[in-house]
Design a protein around this ligand. Structure first.
Ligand SMILES: NC(=O)c1ccc[n+]([C@@H]2O[C@H](COP(=O)([O-])OP(=O)(O)OC[C@H]3O[C@@H](n4cnc5c(N)ncnc54)[C@H](OP(=O)(O)O)[C@@H]3O)[C@@H](O)[C@H]2O)c1
Length: 246
């Protein structure tokens, strides 16, 4: 897919990996619907950086854990330019939930944000993409689904379901819409890690380093543009799944 003049919705695009992906798609010529939830200041700053790349941007706030809001975010994107070509289902929450302590509130937050949101964004986006002649969806899984970390079972269940959703949607939406996913490993660590912890994460990969946001950006751009690729989960984890999981 040539991204010049196309429209891409990036969920959770204000900061971190979503921001990096939005900037890359903008560099490739796509107009960007930059979704954010709570990070309004960061979203405004990212939108300014996107405009400097010579494309248009609209900011759309919404809680994607709520189906009506997820559908509105997609609808506002489509009505902004009259088309929708790319959906990046990046927004997510991540926290530890040791088995035996998991609450219904934690469960609902994880499943509503990480699974229900991407599903309903995709369902609302598909007819818009078909009207535009086709499109590409990139979901965000996690290499932890191959490793099965202890202490994160509900989170990993949401990401395993994202993998299943990717395979299933690739079938449901072919041939007009391609659906793929990245499965990041230690790419951009949560804020507050010590140098020793960073070193431990790096040693946990075959490549002995943290990936950095460009690793994900390159993989997402590939999946958006690769016209003969659908139904693929692409691990971007420095080989961590082999080091840990085997
Ligand atoms: N970072 C890594 O190394 C790594 C590793 C494995 C997998 N991943 C996956 O890669 C993706 C991006 O990772 P990240 O670390 O950049 O993500 P992140 O910082 O944890 O979260 C991304 C964004 O999700 C948005 N979000 C949270 N709850 C939301 C809700 N209810 N409605 C709408 N948006 C909501 C937040 O937007 P606001 O800030 O606007 O509230 C947040 O900025 C995620 O899917 C993550 O699971 C990342």
């Amino acid at each position: 897919m040539d991204l010049q003049g196309k429209v891409a919705l990036v969920t959770g695009g204000a900061r971190r990996l979503g921001r990096a992906v939005a900037l890359k798609l903008a560099e490739a010529g796509a107009n960007i619907a930059l979704h954010y939830y709570t990070s309004e200041c960061e979203a405004v700053a990212t939108a300014e950086e996107i405009r400097r790349r010579g494309v248009e941007v609209v900011l759309i706030q919404g809680n994607l854990a709520n189906v009506a809001e997820a559908e509105r975010v997609v609808a506002e994107t489509a009505s902004a330019w009259g088309r929708l070509d790319v959906l990046i289902n990046n927004a997510s929450v991540f926290f530890e939930t040791p088995f035996g302590t998991v609450t219904e509130e934690q469960w609902n937050l994880l499943f509503d944000t990480n699974l229900k949101g991407p599903f309903f964004c995709a369902q609302r986006a598909a007819p818009e993409m078909r009207k535009s002649g086709g499109g590409a969806i990139v979901n965000f899984a996690d290499t932890g689904i191959y490793i099965h970390w202890r202490g994160y079972l509900p989170y990993l269940m949401t990401k395993a379901a994202i993998a299943e959703m990717t395979y299933g949607l690739a079938k449901e939406l072919a041939p007009e819409i391609r659906v793929n996913a990245v499965a990041p490993g230690p790419v951009l660590l949560p804020d507050g890690h010590t140098p020793e912890e960073r070193e431990r994460f790096a040693r946990d990969t075959l490549l002995q380093r943290i990936g950095g946001e460009n690793a994900i950006v390159d993989a997402v751009l590939y999946l958006v543009q690769a016209d003969f690729v659908t139904g693929v989960i692409l691990p971007v984890d420095g080989g961590q799944r082999w080091k840990r999981g085997g």
